[in-house]
Design a protein around this ligand. Structure first.
Ligand code: MRU
Length: 353
């Protein structure tokens, strides 16, 4: 992300957790430090950190903090402290399965009942560090698989922010774009704004500037225009949860983008690590969709004035479901999965994990 730090990491000098405050970008680059899992849960809800893999890794460090802070002297009390912390962290945001995945993976450490509590505390921090390190390595592998799909000179539409900021480092869909750029493919990115929180305009545009990747910002409703008549060659998006049949929950607006891509025969790819695939969920109808405060929609201003009447009310679903029939391929760390997803996703997970 930047030369000195990842989006989120353990501060081994201060012995606490630190991460970039993404609410302030691109205006201000600020790093916040966290000492408790309760603060971490609140930061996830408030979207100091966001993006499915990033909130998963953050929650892992949240569990490490809960372990560090536990005053329990016997295993049962320590176990209870950690389970309580896990429940709080899991509830911070409901759609991205990476959050629950990371917490559950951390809590597997509690199976080591024979260890002393100081040893367990140390293991929790090591495990969180391992989850974070793996995320970067997995992103790099996905990026290689995805970049192979891109031809030189292509224009690519990207939704939301799926870059280093949405992960520990490198990114999912934006990681693919970053790698294709580094391979000299001379690509151009159309960055949609991603209302209402503007992750595209604020975060993806900021990242692309850091990497020197040429882009144009477009309003969300301009994507259909660019998809018509070959003005865009490919769409890459990330995912918050992929069900066993390939239906994909991702940032609100992804579904409309997929519809327009399908109508224009433009390939539409989802880039997601296997930790984003939830085999317990058979189709997209079963994925919980977070609805955030309408204030996020109403707070948008123009020339310092509110856009809408004073008493306007708003709905704000944060994600939507793209049905599997609109998805050309799902890029994972194990390779690109092609349809039929209901067969090929479980097959790939069984083969690789
Ligand atoms: O609400 P956000 O900003 O957390 O939503 C992020 C997205 O929808 C991303 O596309 C998704 O998490 C994949 S990011 C690697």
């Amino acid at each position: 992300m930047c030369e000195t730090m990842r989006t989120l990491e353990w501060d081994y000098q201060k012995n606490n957790f630190k991460m970039i405050d993404q609410r302030l970008l691109p205006g201000e680059f600020k790093v916040n430090h966290y000492d408790t899992h309760q603060e971490i849960a609140q930061a996830i809800t408030d979207m100091v950190v966001r993006g499915a893999p990033a909130i998963g890794a953050t929650a892992a460090f949240g569990i490490a903090l809960a372990a560090k802070n536990s005053s329990a002297t016997d295993f049962d009390s320590f176990n209870a402290d950690l389970l309580e912390a896990g429940n709080l962290l899991k509830a911070a945001r409901p759609t991205a399965v990476n959050l629950a995945w990371a917490v559950d993976r951390m809590l597997e450490e509690l199976e080591n009942k024979h260890l002393l509590i100081p040893e367990l505390k140390n293991n929790f921090l090591q495990k969180a560090q391992q989850i974070a390190d793996e995320d970067v390595e997995i992103n790099k592998r996905m990026a290689e698989h995805g970049a192979a799909l891109i031809q030189p000179g292509e224009t690519i539409i990207h939704h939301c922010n799926t870059g280093s900021l949405a992960t520990v480092d490198w990114g999912t869909a934006l990681g693919v774009i970053h790698t294709a750029h580094d391979q000299g493919k001379n690509i151009h990115v159309l960055v949609d704004e991603t209302r209402p929180r503007l992750q595209g305009a604020r975060l993806t545009a900021w990242e692309l500037e850091q990497y020197g990747i040429p882009y144009d910002l477009i309003s969300d409703n301009a994507a259909g225009y660019f998809l018509q008549g070959g003005k865009a060659n490919r769409v890459f998006v990330g995912a918050d949860r992929v069900s066993a049949n390939g239906d994909t929950a991702n940032k609100i607006g992804t579904y409309m983008l997929a519809l327009a891509a399908k109508d224009n025969q433009v390939p539409f790819y989802v880039v997601a690590p296997s930790s984003t695939i939830d085999l317990r969920v058979t189709n997209g109808d079963q994925i919980p969709i977070e609805e955030r405060s309408g204030e996020e929609v109403l707070n948008i201003q123009r020339d310092g004035n509110p856009l809408s009447p004073e008493n306007a009310s708003a709905r704000n679903p944060a994600f939507d479901i793209t049905p599997n029939r609109f998805i050309t391929g799902i890029v994972t760390e194990f390779g690109v999965i092609a349809p039929p997803y209901e067969i090929n996703i479980p097959k790939m997970i069984e083969r690789e994990t």
